[in-house]
Design a protein around this ligand. Structure first.
Ligand code: B4P
Length: 190
C-alpha cells in the first residue's frame, strides 16, 4: 500500500492535484479541509466548531482534527493507498498519523511538497475566492493569516518527514498537467 502526504502552503495546488492523482492511482483521498467544509455545509456540531477557526484563517484544534481523520481513515479497510491532503498540518498531527498507520502495520511512503512563491499563492486564492464561496479565500487579511499560520505551525512538519528520509519537493508553478506528470513520476518511483 502506498500512503502519500501531499504538502504545501494554502493555494499550492494540493486539492487540484489530488483530484488527478486519485483518478490515476485509485487512492482514497482524505482532505481534512473538504471534510470540514462538508460538515459546515451540513451544519453539524463539528462544522460549527471548524467554521469558527477556518473563517479566521486559524487551524482547527489538533484533538478534533486527529479524531476526525482517524474515524475517516477507518472507513476504508480495503483501500489500495491513501492520499492525505492538508493533513498533517502540525507536528502533533504527524505523530498521530504515524501511530494510526503503525497500528495497522502501515506507514507513510513519502511526503511530496508543492513549492509556490507567496505572491502567486495570494493571487490564486483571491481568484478562487471570487467564485468558491469560501469566506477564507475572499479576504486578503484571512489569506495572509493562513499563510502566516502555515509558516509558524505547518512548515516544520516538513522537517519531521525529512528526518525519516521521506520528504521530496516539487515546483508547484506551471501548468496543472505538467505538475500532475511530475507528481505521478515521483509516486510511480516509490
Ligand atoms: P484546505 O481545504 O486544506 O485549503 P487550502 O490550503 O486552501 O488548499 P486547497 O487544496 O483547497 O487549494 P489548492 O491549493 O488546490 O484548508 C482550509 C482550512 O481548513 C485551513 O485554513 C484550516 O483552517 C482548516 N484545516 C484543514 N486541514 C486542517 C488540519 N489538518 N488541521 C487543522 N486545520 C485544518 O488550490 C488553490 C487555487 O489555486 C485553486 O483555485 C486552483 O485552481 C489554483 N491552482 C492550483 N494549481 C494551480 C496551478 N498549477 N497554476 C495556477 N493555479 C493553480
Amino acid at each position: 500500500m502506498k500512503n502519500i502526504v501531499l504538502f504545501g502552503p494554502p493555494g499550492a495546488g494540493k486539492g487540484t492535484q489530488s483530484a488527478y492523482l486519485v483518478d490515476k492511482f485509485g487512492f482514497v483521498h482524505l482532505s481534512t479541509g473538504d471534510i470540514f467544509r462538508y460538515n459546515i455545509k451540513n451544519q453539524t456540531e463539528l462544522g460549527t466548531l471548524a467554521k469558527s477557526y477556518m473563517d479566521q484563517g486559524q487551524l482547527v484544534p489538533d484533538s478534533v482534527t486527529i479524531d476526525m481523520l482517524k474515524a475517516e481513515w477507518g472507513k476504508y479497510p480495503d483501500a489500495v493507498g491513501f492520499l492525505f491532503d492538508g493533513f498533517p498540518r502540525t507536528e502533533a498531527q504527524a505523530l498521530a498519523l504515524d501511530e494510526i498507520l503503525a497500528e495497522a502495520g502501515q506507514s507513510i511512503a513519502a511526503m511530496i511538497g508543492l513549492e509556490v512563491p507567496e505572491e502567486e499563492l495570494l493571487a490564486r486564492l483571491l481568484e478562487r475566492g471570487k467564485t468558491s464561496g469560501r469566506p477564507d479565500d475572499a479576504n486578503p487579511e484571512v489569506i495572509g493569516q493562513r499563510i502566516a499560520v502555515y509558516h509558524r505551525e505547518t512548515a516544520p512538519v516538513q522537517g519531521y518527514y525529512e528526518a525519516q528520509g521521506k520528504y521530496m519537493a516539487l515546483s508547484g508553478v506551471g501548468s496543472i498537467e505538467s505538475i500532475t506528470a511530475s507528481l505521478s513520476e515521483k509516486i510511480q518511483a516509490l
